[in-house]
Each structure stands twice: as structure tokens, then as C-alpha cells.
Design a protein around this ligand. Structure first.
Ligand SMILES: C[S@@+](CC[C@H](N)C(=O)[O-])C[C@H]1O[C@@H](n2cnc3c(N)ncnc32)[C@H](O)[C@@H]1O
Length: 456
């Protein structure tokens, strides 16, 4: 631990620096720092709230800071900019008294930078603290009547292109218009840290086992349970791979692929994009109970190793292959069920990755869509006649979901799309179908998408 009087803020600051300097992921860096520095639980909670909160709202804090600094933010030292963001977050979104927020950030500037940075932080943060968050938004955001997307982008701290994409998707799945209030609730849900959801892998653990460990039953998936407190890693069932940590939406879409009716053979399943292996483990456990096996393919060797580890505790002759799913080494028409959980922008899991929304760019979507179409085509080719394919993403962007499916299906006459909704039993508000889009503000899950297809 570096010498510091304020381990919580120092750790939050170091996390911000890793994210902006090294393109690190906060949800990987921060737990490492907390463990290495042995922060007590109060400091760890504060460091987490400061780091995640600052990163999540970074774009809005930058817009506010730009009003308080006498030069473009791009001309500031990046270290100072991260400090100012941390200070702005404390002033505008926490209960820390303003004088303490400023003083602590100024002290940190002195500790990690120099006296000049401390003086500048003091001056800038005093300006920031003269208005509340809502007053700042009123001043810098456009009128919500004239420009609702622009207003929400600042008020809910999302890049405008993401607000727009989420709005389009929500509207498309509702067959029309969506009220301002609902998109506001969706964006607000992206700013909440999700709780821990566990999965009981069939045949290896039951939800009752998880309830005995203090979890509460899931709302929708028969395999899910919520852990409201404590570290899931301390649970024996999790340590032994009989249960795992997995979003309930991920469980629901994997179970939809597993449970949709199928005529004929049902013993050989494929996960085309398996890393790190959450869905592969659930599917392998499910197919093993039915006497079958799973082949899991993954392009990245280090992620293929994670899949191997995830499948280790699961009985059955499952196989992990490091392969490019667009040029598969297996012959076509082989598998009874296929899941293609394709690489995507991850816009459906923004609540888990605080910095992701500022890192992604609109142009990523088109590039990914090309790969997604190839992977879906390959998934369809890999399925036997009559076999089932689930196309899955953790993005609700239409260009990664419905449009990919439409584009691929337009080019082939050997595929029919099924109504996925009956295969997520008990889940409300599934829209007009036939595909399903889950939403954080409606279902409490990541915004997972699934289209279910059958090869004729
Ligand atoms: C959304 S993730 C899959 C998550 C996984 N199904 C789970 O539940 O743990 C997409 C995965 O696809 C892999 N991938 C990307 N391009 C691929 C390709 N051409 N063939 C196979 N896998 C690919 C990525 O490395 C990544 O691990």
C-alpha cells in the first residue's frame, strides 16, 4: 500500500488511473487493490462507491468540469483530470459534506501530484460545489422537451448514441413509442450496481442448497438465487463449481435454448462462443443430466482455458475446442442444439462495467455486426436439420440483435424463427416477439437478447 492518510480515496484514484491510463477494467482492478491493500470493510465500500460512481458518470462530470476550468479538459494533466472527476463525484453524488470532499481531494492531489495541482483542485472543486447535480444539469443540459436524448444523456450519464440505441430498441420491442419516463428508468437501472445472482448447476446443486447458504430464490429462472450479502467465493458450492455467479438473464436465455422442444436426437450440443464459460457450464450440466454432451468452442486460447476450468466439475464427455467459430473444424449439420452467444458491445451489461459506456463507440457496432452475422450463419450450418439455434447477445442494440437475425435469415430458406417467449416461462413483459429482449429496469437482469431458430 502506498503511504497515504486516506486509503479509500487513494485506492479509488489508483483505479481511475488504471482505467484511463492502461485501459483496465475497474471491476478487475479494484478488487485486486482492495485485497492487496487490505482495506477494512468501510474503506473498501467507500473506495468502491467512489471509483465506480466516478467512472459511471464520467461524461457528465467532464461536462460540468469544463464549465469550471479555464482551458479545454484535454489540456489538463490526465492525473489531475481523474482527481477532479473524483472530487466532482463526491460533491455531486454522495453525502460527503462539501468541505470534506474538497479538502480530502486537495490532500490527495498534494499526495499523488504536487502543490500546484492541489491549488487548482481547490479552486475548481469550489466552483463545482456551488451548485447541486440537478442545478448543474438544468444549466448545461438541453431542454428535455426539445432534445430528450441530449437531456437524458447528461442527466443519466450515458453517451448520447447509447441513449438513442437503447430507446430505439425499447420502442422496437414494444411495437412503437416509449415514454420518456421509461427510458429514464432504464438508464437509471444502468447506474445501479447489480446484486449477486447465483446459478445452481443442474445435477450438481439445487436452489435449495443455495437457500441453505443464505441466498433468496430467483424471480424467474428455476436455477437462480440471489445472494444479498457476503462474498460468493466463500461458498463451498461455488468454489467446487457446482454453483456459480451468473446473471439471471444469462441463465434464462441458456435455459430457453436447452428447453425449447426438439424432435429426434438431443444428445450433442454446441456452444459456439463459450468463453469464459458461464452458459457452457449451465448447458453442459443440463445436457449431461439428459445423457448427452456439450462441445464448447472459443477463439481466444486464454478464454478457452477458462471454459475448461468451468466444465471440469461437470460430469460427461464434454469437449472444449480453441477454434474460430466462423471457420469451424467440425462438419456441418452435426449438432442438435447450438447457442451462439456472440461477441457484442455489451451495452446490456453497463451496470456491471462502470467505464464501458465511455469506452465503446458507435462505430464498434457495425464491425461487430459483421462478425455476428458470420457466427450466426455458422451456428445455423452447424445444426442438424430440425436442430435448434439460439442467437444470444448481452446487447440490446438492434444492429446487433434483430437486424443481424433478419439479415442472415433473408439469405436462407432453410431456417424458421420460433417464438422464444414461451421458453422463458413466467417472465413478464416480453414484448411482441418472436425474439425476446430482457431489460434491467423490467426484469432486474442484464439486457440479454435471444432469437430462437430452427433449421428445416
Ligand atoms: C459474449 S462472450 C461469450 C460468453 C459466454 N457464452 C459465457 O456465458 O460465459 C463471446 C465470446 O466469443 C469469443 N469469440 C469472439 N470471436 C469468436 C469467434 N470467431 N469464434 C469463437 N469465439 C469467438 C470471445 O472471445 C468471447 O469469449
Amino acid at each position: 500500500m502506498p503511504a497515504t492518510n486516506d486509503p479509500a480515496r487513494r485506492t479509488a484514484y489508483d483505479t481511475l488511473r488504471s482505467v484511463s491510463q492502461n485501459d483496465a477494467y475497474a471491476n478487475l482492478v479494484l478488487p485486486g487493490l482492495l485485497a492487496e491493500r487490505r482495506l477494512d470493510s468501510r474503506d473498501a465500500a467507500l473506495a468502491t462507491e467512489l471509483a465506480y460512481g466516478t467512472l459511471r458518470a464520467q461524461g457528465t462530470y467532464d461536462a460540468i468540469l469544463a464549465e469550471c476550468v479555464d482551458r479545454p479538459l484535454t489540456q489538463l494533466d490526465p492525473e489531475l483530470l481523474d482527481l477532479l472527476r473524483l472530487g466532482a463525484h463526491q460533491l455531486l453524488a454522495t453525502r460527503i459534506p462539501p468541505h470534506a470532499a474538497v479538502a480530502a481531494t486537495v490532500d490527495l492531489a498534494r499526495e499523488v501530484l504536487h502543490e500546484g495541482a492541489a491549488r487548482m483542485s481547490n479552486a475548481v472543486l469550489r466552483r463545482v460545489g456551488r451548485s447541486s447535480f440537478d442545478e448543474w444539469i438544468e444549466r448545461i443540459a438541453p431542454d428535455p422537451q426539445d432534445d430528450p436524448e441530449g437531456y437524458l444523456a447528461l442527466d443519466r450519464a450515458h453517451p448520447r448514441w447509447i441513449v438513442s440505441a437503447l430507446w430505439d430498441s425499447l420502442a422496437a420491442h414494444r411495437g412503437g413509442k416509449v415514454a420518456h419516463d421509461e427510458i429514464d428508468r432504464l438508464l437509471a437501472a444502468d447506474n445501479e450496481r447489480p446484486g449477486v445472482t447465483l446459478v445452481a448447476r443442474p445435477g450438481l446443486a439445487s436452489v435449495e442448497d443455495l437457500l441453505d447458504e443464505g441466498a433468496e430464490p430467483g424471480r424467474f429462472a428455476p436455477t437462480a438465487a440471489y445472494l444479498s450479502h457476503g462474498d460468493p467465493g466463500r461458498l463451498e458450492l461455488v468454489r467446487r463449481g457446482r454453483a456459480g455467479v451468473q446473471d439471471e438473464g444469462s441463465q434464462l436465455v441458456a435455459l430457453a435454448v436447452a428447453d425449447a422442444p426438439l424432435d429426434g436426437d438431443d444428445g450433442l450440443w454446441l456452444d459456439l462462443c463459450a468463453g469464459p464459460g458461464g452458459k457452457a457450464a449451465l448447458l453442459a450440466a443440463t445436457v449431461a443430466e439428459r445423457g448427452g454432451r456439450l462441445v464448447a468452442a472459443e477463439l481466444a486460447p486464454h478464454r478457452a482455458r477458462l471454459v475448461k476450468r468451468a466444465l471440469q466439475p461437470i460430469p460427461g464427455l464434454h469437449k472444449v475446442i480453441t477454434a474460430d467459430g466462423t471457420e469451424p473444424p467440425w462438419r456441418g449439420g452435426l449438432f442438435d442444439r447450438v447457442i451462439a452467444d456472440v461477441p457484442c458491445t455489451g451495452l446490456g451489461a453497463l451496470r456491471r462495467r462502470p467505464e464501458a459506456r465511455w469506452r465503446r463507440e458507435a462505430k464498434d457496432v457495425a464491425l461487430l455486426a459483421e462478425t455476428q452475422k458470420k457466427l450466426l450463419a455458422s451456428a445455423l450450418d452447424s445444426a442438424r436439420p430440425g436442430g435448434l439455434v439460439g442467437y444470444v447477445t448481452c446487447s440490446p442494440h438492434l444492429a446487433e440483435t434483430r437486424i443481424v437475425v433478419e439479415d442472415v435469415l433473408r439469405g436462407r430458406d432453410d431456417v424458421e424463427q420460433l417464438d422464444a417467449r414461451p421458453h422463458l416461462p413466467g417472465v413478464p413483459e416480453l414484448g411482441d416477439g418472436p425474439d425476446v429482449q430482457l431489460w434491467p429496469h423490467l426484469h432486474g437482469t442484464d439486457a440479454m437478447y435471444i432469437a430462437l431458430l430452427r433449421r428445416r
